[in-house]
Design a protein around this ligand. Structure first.
Ligand SMILES: [Zn+2]
Ligand SMILES: [Zn+2]
Length: 384
């Protein structure tokens, strides 16, 4: 196509001519991979090893990859292709994807977009999915919320949040030689998305990230259900931000994780308080306050300045937002919400999406004074 017409079409369509951004994601991060089979599932692949192009591969061919001392051994049908230090399988088709599996290590079969890089670290294979940012975002949304059908606006929210996280944490694993791992330490990622709504939501929000009032991308904290009131970040963690601020949430209170209740024997409760916090059991006023502790609105501390987050940890409660009802020898702990309560309340966001509220408004509701822009418009460089 004529270049001038192409530029004109790009302007007309509103698509920003931004070159694709690729991430190196360490896949099968929680496995010790000793052997794996690579098979193209669409497109075609070029094998590059030690800075040389070796050959092309099409669908139907399976390459067995294993470590041999500190090198990568490649075999097809038990015939050696070669022994290399660094191996890359680059997709050369219009759409490229591949499968990975291993009978030997009983690894789960997974499907990935784009490219694969392999090297040997400590006698095991290190597998990096060199993946387009947008494909990665679709995979993360799939792994995190893809199992159930959601309104498209909720997938927009998830796509923008996961993309922001990926770029904020672009350098998180630099010392390990890649950008992100595929576990919750970074973001859960099990390969390509198969949900057409998620793929559509990612394409529709392509490149969009959330920035705070100073123009920097935000740390997009989220939790399951806030119980009707979110929490300041400084009340749970040490750092205060302009956008992770407590607010009343009227959307999540009728959702499945809005309420919880547990019953504990009064003596057990007091014993744990004493053991964990040296609680003064001889002081009847303190004991009475503890046994009748209530929260109309969220508090930060339990009795005697014990942080509620420590109480939550010690007793394994779903949230810090609870009140205590004392009856005979039992305590009924009546709680609201599920999770730390900071940032976006997922069930509230799901409800807002069901009500047809736009994803920009959902994000602004939970992240104070924020905006959505394309990452190419950022005023600073997030990948020096
Ligand atoms: Zn990680
Ligand atoms: Zn909520």
């Amino acid at each position: 196509m004529n270049k001038i017409i192409l530029v004109f079409l790009i302007i007309l369509s509103g698509i920003k001519p931004v070159s694709a951004l690729f991430l190196d994601v360490n896949i099968y991060h929680n496995f010790k991979v000793k052997a794996i089979d690579f098979s193209p599932t669409s497109g075609k692949y070029t094998l590059e090893a030690d800075e040389r192009i070796i050959r092309d591969f099409h669908k139907g061919i399976s390459i067995n990859i294993s470590p041999l001392r500190d090198s990568v051994l490649l075999q097809i049908n038990h015939y050696n292709v070669g022994l290399y230090k660094e191996v890359s399988l680059y997709g050369r088709g219009f759409i490229n994807s591949f499968s990975l599996s291993s009978k030997k290590d009983s690894l789960p079969l997974r499907f990935y977009d784009d490219n694969l890089k392999i090297r040997v670290i400590d006698g095991r294979l290190q597998l990096l999915n060199n993946v387009d940012l947008e494909h990665y975002v679709a995979g993360v949304v799939q792994a995190e919320v893809g199992g159930s059908s959601k309104d498209i606006q909720f997938f927009y929210v998830q796509a923008v949040s996961c993309r922001t996280y990926a770029l904020v944490n672009y350098l998180k694993h630099t010392v390990d030689g890649y950008n992100l791992c595929d576990q919750v330490h970074c973001q859960y990622y099990l390969g390509k998305s198969i949900n057409s709504d998620i793929i559509r939501a990612v394409a529709r929000t392509s490149g969009e990230v959330i920035i705070d009032s100073t123009g920097r991308m935000i740390s997009a904290a989220f939790h399951s259900n806030c119980g009707g009131e979110t929490v300041n970040s400084e009340d749970v963690w040490t750092n205060s931000t302009s956008y992770l601020k407590s607010r009343i949430d009227t959307f999540c209170t009728s959702m499945s994780k809005a309420k919880w209740e547990v019953t504990i024997a009064k003596d057990d409760f007091l014993t744990i308080l004493y053991q964990a916090f040296d609680f003064p059991l001889e002081d009847s006023i303190s004991v009475d306050s503890a046994l009748h502790f209530t929260q109309e609105h969220r508090k930060v501390f339990f009795i005697h300045s014990i942080p509620l987050k420590r109480i939550r940890q010690e007793f394994g409660f779903r949230s810090t937002f609870f009140s205590i009802e004392s009856k005979n020898d039992s305590l009924h702990i009546k709680g609201r919400g599920f999770g730390h309560g900071v940032g976006l309340c997922q069930q509230g966001a799901i409800k807002m999406a069901e009500l047809g509220i736009n994803y920009h408004d959902i994000i602004k509701y939970y992240y104070k004074d924020t905006h959505i822009i394309h990452y190419s418009e950022l005023k600073y460089n997030f990948m020096p």
